[in-house]
Design a protein around this ligand. Sequence first.
Ligand SMILES: C[S@@+](CC[C@H](N)C(=O)[O-])C[C@H]1O[C@@H](n2cnc3c(N)ncnc32)[C@H](O)[C@@H]1O
Length: 315
Amino acid sequence: MSSDSDLATQATCNDASTCKRYAVQKGYWNDPYISHMVKSVGSRKPPEINRGYYARVESVWILIKKFIHATERKCQIVSLGAGLDTTFWRLCGEELSPIRYIELDFPNVTMRKVQTIKSKTLLTQAFNTSENDTKIETSSIISNKYSLLPADLRDIELVEKQLKLAQIDFTIPTLFLTECVLVYMSSKNSNAILKWVTTNFENCMFVNYEQVNMNDRFGHVMIENLKSRDCDIPGVDVCESLESQRKRFQENGWDQVNCITMWSVYSILPQSDVQRMERLEFMDEQELLEQLLTHYCLCWATKAGESFNLKEIEL
Ligand SMILES: C[S@@+](CC[C@H](N)C(=O)[O-])C[C@H]1O[C@@H](n2cnc3c(N)ncnc32)[C@H](O)[C@@H]1O
């Protein structure tokens, strides 16, 4: 049984995916799969929200592609709290798919995603090979290339069990993604995930996107907004500063840790595309964007990064 707070947490994937779909429809970035995954574009979103999502999706995408190139595609990607994310299909569309792509989320979310994937040939054909290795059940998909499994990420033994079911290989370079996920669990639980990864994988990388600088007025308003929707955010203490975000990785076995605000990210994204994107919609107040983006951060960390030059990976 899910608690009210867990249900509210699960519902956050609707916001993320409708905002992404809205921005894609406006031309912020290209994603031919999102309209198949998500029905609604929801109500109009202001330009600063669209630009924020652009910076989030583009920066994570750049790091993923660099990881894939560094490992010459002989790697795995594990998306924790994947929601209705379409990265796997975008990678396949660019012939960049890793050996294995695994997604975990709460059962309610994976059940919904399985139903959608099952009903769209465009989505199933990406992993449904002629070898007939695919097993689709109510809330899970297991195949050689792509697996989607239910798990509460706060239960690390269950996470390990589900990843083993998805035939995870502990010997190849593996990238873990958490996009707006860790804040929904206590630091004890997020530490357990980060530690489990460095304990079990030789060569690995972690990309985390989430809130930061939560101790000022704007941060408090963000926290109140989440709380007013019944969302429990026990991980907010780690979102206090870039330093607290970095420390969490350093204390859990990660050798090389980078953590910058999304406002810094915005200034180092490929500027020709940023200029194209900024022409899409007129934005009145630059300060609003700056305020928003200084309250989110991107962290990427590696362990044993020398082997595949993982530690050289930069935005
Ligand atoms: C804001 S959404 C982000 C979804 C996706 N990462 C994205 O960026 O589009 C947060 C996701 O994390 C999942 N999540 C949060 N806590 C979780 C937990 N303890 N176990 C499994 N999934 C969790 C939620 O169900 C939801 O799908």
